[in-house]
Design a protein around this ligand. Structure first.
Ligand code: NAD
Length: 240
């Protein structure tokens, strides 16, 4: 039977890679995001359903679930980098809203109609498992995502549903590019030096590829992963 798969934040980066991989694997994929144009670029003729939705808006998320999904990937996220003293309350609230509240709203709505064998997957981060000097808001939000995942996993276990998190290190996407540019600006480095600084926490000294994150998601979404529940799967070259 064809699975129905929802991926939030499907208009770029990891979400785009996930959407294309699941669609090419034969799943019926719905992607959501704030800009239809970006979603259509992801689809590019692959037959995905494209839905505009802001994950921080309760009604907008609820509207995505007019029919149940078998696999739901709460991927939308992002955040500001900077020392704590420079993080405004608006930055803080925005970062918690998209990463943590967005995952809460997505999973809560997803569980309404989800049947046995359902899969909830949160795109968390190595910042769910450790802190960093300029990521206080992002790390707080992503740590929160893991608390949510671990708790939901216990709630749904007896329904045959699993809830897991993927924790990538820096992945080669626009979000990582923004981090590289921030390091360039902060330290006056050229791009290569800034990139080296960004990946120095990764024992493999390179960015994770979107395909490597996709592989983890495909495993967690598979029937073979039925006993993997409440897990934080680090895809970080040994950073964690
Ligand atoms: P990205 O910026 O390319 O993708 C994030 C997507 O989320 C974008 O399409 C964006 O439009 C969407 N989004 C943001 N706010 C939204 C909102 N309110 N409603 C709906 N959509 C919204 O970055 P990415 O690297 O592909 O990030 C995907 C996920 O992976 C995020 O949760 C991010 O925190 C996580 N992650 C990324 C990295 C990395 O290095 N790139 C590392 C670890 C975890």
């Amino acid at each position: 039977m064809t699975r129905r798969v929802l991926i939030t934040g499907g208009g770029s980066g990891i979400g785009r890679a996930l959407a294309r991989a699941f669609a090419e694997g034969g799943d019926a994929v719905t992607i959501s995001g704030r800009r239809m144009e970006a979603l259509r670029e992801t689809d590019a003729g692959r037959g995905m359903e494209c839905r505009v939705a802001d994950v921080t808006d309760e009604a907008s998320v609820a509207a995505l679930f007019d029919a149940p999904f078998d696999v739901v990937i709460a991927n939308a996220g992002g955040g500001v980098a900077g020392r704590l003293r420079n993080i405004t309350l608006a930055d803080w609230n925005r970062t918690l809203a998209v990463n943590l509240t967005g995952t809460f709203l997505t999973f809560r709505a997803a569980l309404e109609g989800m049947g046995g064998g359902g899969r909830l997957i949160a795109m968390a981060s190595t910042a769910s498992l450790k802190g960093g000097p300029t990521i206080a808001a992002y790390a707080a939000a992503k740590h929160g995502v893991l608390g949510l995942v671990r708790s939901v996993a216990l709630e749904v276990a007896q329904r045959g549903i699993t809830c897991n998190a993927i924790c990538p290190g820096f992945v080669d996407t626009p979000l990582a590019e923004a981090a590289v540019q921030a390091v360039q600006g902060r330290h006056g480095l050229d791009r290569d030096a800034a990139l080296a600084r960004v990946v120095e926490g990764n024992p493999m000294a390179r960015l994770v590829t979107p395909a490597e994150v996709v592989a983890a998601a495909r495993f967690l979404a598979s029937p073979e992963a039925a006993m993997v529940n409440g897990h934080a799967l680090s895809v970080s070259g040994g950073e964690i």
